[in-house]
Design a protein. Structure first.
Length: 224
């Protein structure tokens, strides 16, 4: 009796942490068995190599580390999280809400290939690695919080000005642009649920986005 795995994806500043937390709170209020997780799992020792990668210890640019090597760092962090924190909960029927997942690996690493065939080959390799070799569960639903690139760049820069740190991904805005395009491609390829987070160039109210998220999730849960 497996549970449900719901993943939130989106470019930096799209509100993944906010919306995943609000959904978790609402489902708990309804009496459902819910757990919220986030990747990378910075509280775990398993994320140490991810921290080094994002800090630029292996190279100052994202492209300094090849997609397979970078993916392994994140995949093992997920493996440790699954085995030690939420496997039993999930397999016993619990609902797991994830802020990022394997889907983030897909986005950030596929951008390192310009050739479509190479991208598809990488995605097949990654799915086999995480879902087959490491036996991680596949998402039942991926919600893409869709924020225009111009808005995301503004949010990232504002966060930096307020004292927030910028990892090697956020420091390269051209890389951010590539990731935005990758999100759009993967959303179509894997049939993710896209939710527009802006209207007329302005961010929508958090509660309005949450309402749409809940509608999508409720549609999923009634089928499980």
């Amino acid at each position: 009796m497996k549970g449900a795995l719901i993943v939130f994806e989106g470019i930096d500043g799209s509100g993944k942490a906010t919306q995943s937390s609000l959904l978790t709170k609402k489902l708990k209020q309804e009496g459902k068995s819910v757990m919220h997780i986030s990747f990378p799992d910075y509280a775990s020792p398993a994320s140490s190599l991810v921290k080094m990668y994002l800090n630029g210890d292996f190279g100052s640019k994202p492209t300094d580390v090849n997609p397979h090597a970078a993916s392994l760092l994140y995949a093992l962090d997920r493996f440790a999280s699954y085995r030690t924190k939420w496997k039993e909960f999930y397999l016993s029927g619990g609902i797991v809400i994830a802020d990022r997942y394997t889907t983030s690996n897909m986005v950030h690493q596929m951008t390192k290939y310009s050739n479509v065939t190479e991208r598809d080959s990488f995605l097949c390799w990654l799915e086999d690695l995480e879902y087959n070799k490491l036996e991680l569960p596949q998402p039942d639903l991926v919600v893409l919080l869709d924020v225009p690139l111009s808005v995301s760049k503004k949010l990232v820069l504002e966060r930096a000005k307020e004292g927030g740190s910028m990892d090697i991904h956020e420091q390269h805005l051209d890389y951010l642009s590539q990731c935005y395009e990758a999100y759009q491609q993967l959303c179509d390829k894997y049939h993710w649920q896209r939710i527009a987070c802006t209207e007329d160039g302005e961010l929508r109210l958090i509660e309005d986005i949450t309402k749409e998220v809940v509608e999508v999730v409720d549609s999923l849960l009634v089928t499980l």
